[in-house]
Structures are given as C-alpha cells and as structure tokens.
Design a binder for this molecule. Structure first.
Ligand code: NDP
Ligand code: MG
Length: 380
C-alpha cells in the first residue's frame, strides 16, 4: 500500500486523484490540503481519514476543526501547514495539485524529505525548475509528471536511451478559439473561453488553453523535466486530443501515447509507476475515430506561445514574470475587468519592464512575482 498526500484535493486534479484512490482501494491518503472549500474537504476527511489536513487561512482552519471535532485529524494552516503535511514521515508520494506559486516551497521541502513528487502544479517547474530538478537528483527522488502531455512523453521514453531523443512533440488541442483571427478574439466572453473542446479542467488552466499560454508553460516544464533544449521542443496542434504527445528519436522513429482524454490516466500512471492499473472508461475505437488532423499553431494570433519561448529563452526570473503576469491577467479576465487579448498585452508589458535575474533563489522568484503583481495593479 502506497501512502500519499494531496495538495489541492478539492480541485480538478485533486478530486480525480481521490477518484483514482477510491477505485483502486490500496492508496492510503495521509494528508490533504485545500483553499476555501471547507465543506468538500470535510467530506473528503470523512471518507479517506487522513491524519492531517491543511487549509490556507487560520479562520477556515478553526471552522474545520469544529466541523471534524469528532474525528482524529490534525488541522493546520498557512504555508507552515502546507509544508508540515507535505513532509509527514509516512508520505511516499506528494501530489502537487494546488494552483499557483504557493506550490513551490512545499514541493522543495517534500523533495528534501525524500518524497517522490506527482507533479501537476505548473508553476513549480516553470519558475523554479533550475532549483527543483538538481535537488530531486541530489535527494534521489522522482518527479512523476501528471500533466497529460508530459505523462505521454514520460511513457514514450520508457526503456529508451534519453541521449537518443531528437525532439519532443507536445500536442495542443488549439483550444476553443482555434482558427480565429485577432479581430474575432477582441470581444470574446469569459463563457466562450471556458468552453474547452476536449478536456474538463479548472478555470485558470482552461483560459490558459484558450490563449495557448498553457502550451507555453508545458514547453517550459518539458525543458526541465526531460532536460531538452527549447529548440528541440515543438508544439503540434492536434485538435482531437487523441495523441497526448510524442517523442522523435535520432533514427526518425516517433513514439506516442494515445487515448481518450481522461486526466485519471496520467494521475494513476504517476501514482503506480512503473506499474499500470485497470482504469474504467471509454477506449479509443479506431473504427469510429474518423480522423486525426494536425496543424501548426497560429503564433501570430495566439502570442502566448511565442511569449513563452521568449521567456524560457531568457531564463532566470523571466519565466516567473511571464507566469505571474498571466496569472493576474487571467484573474482580471475572469472578473471581466479586461478583454481576452489584453492578457497578451499585460504579459508583454511586464516582460519588457523586467530585468532578468539569472539563477534566482526562491525569495527572488517570489519577489519577481510580487513586483509583477504590483506593476499590473498600478497600470490596469
Ligand atoms: P483547480 O482550480 O481546480 O484546483 C486548485 C486547488 O488548489 C483547489 O483544491 C484549491 O482549493 C487549492 N488551493 C488554491 N489556493 C490554495 C491555497 N492558498 N492553499 C491551499 N490550497 C489552495 O485547479 P486544477 O486542479 O485544474 O489545477 C491544479 C494545478 O494542476 C495547476 O497548476 C494546473 O495548471 C495543473 N494542471 C491541471 C490540469 C487539469 O486537468 N486540471 C492538467 C495539468 C496540470 P479550494 O478549491 O478549496 O479553494
Ligand atoms: Mg496539459
């Protein structure tokens, strides 16, 4: 029986992680963490009996303590709480399904404590890949990708000599606005951007899929996860989301992972790696699958992707600024304070205004994030 902790247990990845645990019956949930959804967290505590849970605010922690007073569970709060539950001695795998840069510190501390990481939180590698990857190597822990694209690449690399990789081909659905012009994107509504053609995900990442910023973040993560230069990472639009990503080797062979779009597959693969378990659900039916088509991403319209390559190319603190600017801009878009295309403008202006710090420490990363937020608040 494996023992895991789940950060962000009330979110899209978090709840699906618990579904995987429920279906398999042999994962012990030692700890859970969530933000505001105390009611759902209480239900999760009653079902999975973790020994400790963390919520962000002390007030919410106090409420939760009262609600679960009949149970033997410790309720902690804040960053200290997140770190405490991420480093519990019995935890073997930490699932980082929290959204935002608050995922970085608990992940670092868990790695230091020897926990394998099932990584969903994008911000961790995007902003601190240069810290996380060497640390994981030093502490001999595995970073197991949960994102479907990285999981597909991870699966395609099984048993291969990584020095024989020619390039990584990251597939993208193209999002709900694929094929549109800039003019047509000027006045799109939040509701339209939230209609992802294939995947059901949290709100922030769904908007990121519509702007292609999500693909940019995945390129940055892939660079760190697989130790590949940016010029050997290519994005391929494949609107049906049947191919979840591919690896091309030096002899021209391409190995891919295919399937129906279901995040439970990569989640389960990370949790049981290198084993595979049965997973209920639809199977690809090649008799019914009419076609798989490919396109190049439209980088003129969806400038989230070239901006990401630029940020990753400059490196240091620039990916943090790209990420933080996008995070704030998406939040403003979701609150209907800015238009869809303003997201790109905000990211560009923040990057232009930033002086890159090479090899930033965690403090400097968090400072770059705060400075980016301040700049946005003062201008938009
Ligand atoms: P959701 O918005 O659905 O969930 C986010 C989770 O984080 C919730 O449980 C939320 O708690 C929790 N959370 C937010 N703030 C805090 C906080 N301050 N302290 C503790 N917990 C907090 O996001 P997703 O599940 O979609 O995504 C999670 C991460 O995984 C993101 O980084 C995303 O980019 C990445 N990812 C997601 C994929 C997907 O299919 N959804 C695919 C690949 C990667 P609460 O709701 O209680 O406030
Ligand atoms: Mg993805």
């Amino acid at each position: 029986m494996k023992t895991i902790a789940v950060l962000g247990s009330t979110g899209s990845i978090g709840t699906q992680t618990l579904e995987v645990a429920r279906a398999n019956g042999d994962l012990k949930i030692a700890a859970l963490a969530a933000g505001r959804n105390i009611k759902m967290l209480e239900n999760q505590i009653r079902e999975f009996h973790p020994s400790a849970v963390a919520v962000w605010e002390e007030e919410a922690a106090a409420q939760l303590r009262t609600a679960v007073a009949d149970l033997d569970v410790k309720v902690v709060a804040g960053m200290d709480g997140l770190i405490e539950i991420s480093t519990l001695p019995e935890v073997e795998i930490l699932v980082t399904a929290i959204v935002g840069m608050i995922g970085i510190r608990p992940t670092i501390e868990a790695i230091k404590a020897g926990k394998d990481i099932a990584l969903a939180n994008k911000e961790t590698l995007v902003t601190a890949g240069h810290i996380i990857m060497p640390l994981a190597k030093e502490c001999n822990v595995r970073i197991l990708p949960v994102d479907s694209e990285h999981s597909a690449i991870f699966q395609s690399l099984n048993g291969e000599n990584r020095e024989r990789v020619a390039k990584l081909l990251i597939t993208a659905s193209g999002g709900p606005f694929r094929g549109r012009t800039r003019e047509q994107l000027k006045n799109v509504k939040v509701e339209d951007a939230l209609k992802h053609p294939n995947w059901s995900m949290g709100q922030k990442i769904t908007i990121d899929s519509a702007t292609l910023v999500n693909k940019g973040l995945e390129v940055m993560e892939a660079k760190w996860l697989f130790g590949i230069d940016l010029d050997r990472i290519q994005v391929v639009v494949q609107p049906q989301s049947v191919i979840h990503s591919m690896v091309e080797f030096v002899d021209g062979a391409i190995i891919a992972e295919l399937g129906t779009p279901d995040m439970k597959l990569p989640i389960q693969y990370a949790l049981y790696y290198p084993d595979r378990r049965f997973l209920a659900g639809e199977r690809l039916d090649f008799g019914k699958l009419a076609r798989i088509t490919f396109e190049e991403p439209d980088t003129d319209v969806f400038s989230g992707l070239p901006l990401a390559y630029r940020a990753a190319g400059e490196g240091g603190s620039m990916p943090t600024v790209f990420n933080a600017a996008n995070e704030k801009a998406v939040s403003k878009f979701l609150h209907r304070q800015i238009n869809f295309l303003d997201i790109y403008e905000i990211i560009t202006e923040c990057m232009d205004a930033h002086k890159t710090i090479q090899n930033p420490g965690v403090e400097e990363i968090l400072d770059a994030e705060a400075a980016t937020y301040e700049l946005i608040e003062s201008r938009w």
